[in-house]
Write a protein that binds this ligand. Structure first.
Ligand code: S3P
Length: 175
C-alpha cells in the first residue's frame, strides 16, 4: 500500500512526505514534481499557457501512473481531491491522509515561502488570504470525503506530523 498526503498548499505535504519516507525507508514521489518533469514545464507555466482544465487532465494522467506504484509515499497537488477519478485511483492501493491547517497559518506559511510566491499559480481572482479561506471552505467536503485519516497540522512542526503519521501507520494500519 502507498501512503498519500493530500491537503491545501502550505500544509507541508512535500516536507512531511520526505521526512516520512526517510523514517519508514520508503520511496517518496511528488505528483506536481512528476507533472513538471514529464511536461518539461513548471506548473505555473502550464496554468498560464494551457489553463487549469488542461493541468487537471495531466494531473489525472500522472495519478494513474502513480497509483500503479506500491509501498511509496506520495505527496499530491492541493486540488487532486477535486476529481473523484483521482481519489478512486489513489485509494485502490493507498491510504489517504488529509493534512489540515487553519487559513491564518497557511497564509503565513505561504507568504514566507518564496518558492510558492514564485512558482505557484493563483487559483482564483481573490486576494491571497481570501483565496485560501475560500478554497479551504469549498474544498473541505472533498478532502473530508477522500480522507482515511485527518491530521491537524496547524500547531505542529513537520517532524511532529511525520511522527504522528509513522505512529498511525505502525500501530493502526497494516501496510
Ligand atoms: C493546486 C496546488 C498546487 C498545484 C497546482 C494546483 C491547487 O500544488 O498542484 O498549482 O489546486 O490547490 P501544492 O498544493 O503543492 O501547492
Amino acid at each position: 500500500m502507498n501512503i498519500i498526503l493530500v491537503g491545501f498548499r502550505g500544509t507541508g505535504k512535500t516536507t512531511i512526505g520526505k521526512i516520512l519516507a526517510q523514517r519508514l525507508h520508503k520511496k517518496f514521489v511528488d505528483s506536481d514534481e512528476r507533472i513538471e518533469r514529464e511536461s518539461g514545464k513548471t506548473i505555473k507555466d502550464i496554468f498560464a499557457e494551457n489553463g487549469e482544465k488542461y493541468f487537471r487532465k495531466v494531473e489525472t494522467q500522472i495519478i494513474k501512473e502513480l497509483s500503479l506504484l506500491d509501498d511509496v509515499i506520495i505527496s499530491t497537488g492541493g486540488g487532486v481531491i477535486l476529481k473523484e477519478e483521482n481519489v478512486k485511483l489513489l485509494k485502490k492501493n493507498g491510504i489517504i491522509i488529509f493534512l489540515h491547517a487553519d487559513a491564518d497559518i497557511l497564509y503565513k506559511r505561504i507568504r514566507n515561502d518564496s518558492e510558492t510566491q514564485q512558482n505557484r499559480p493563483k487559483l482564483t481572482e481573490h486576494g491571497e488570504f481570501e483565496e485560501i479561506s475560500y478554497l479551504i471552505a469549498y474544498r473541505w467536503q472533498f478532502y473530508d470525503r477522500a480522507a482515511d485519516f485527518i491530521l491537524e497540522t496547524t500547531h505542529i512542526s513537520a517532524n511532529q506530523a511525520a511522527d504522528k503519521i509513522s505512529y498511525l501507520i505502525k500501530n493502526h494500519v497494516k501496510i
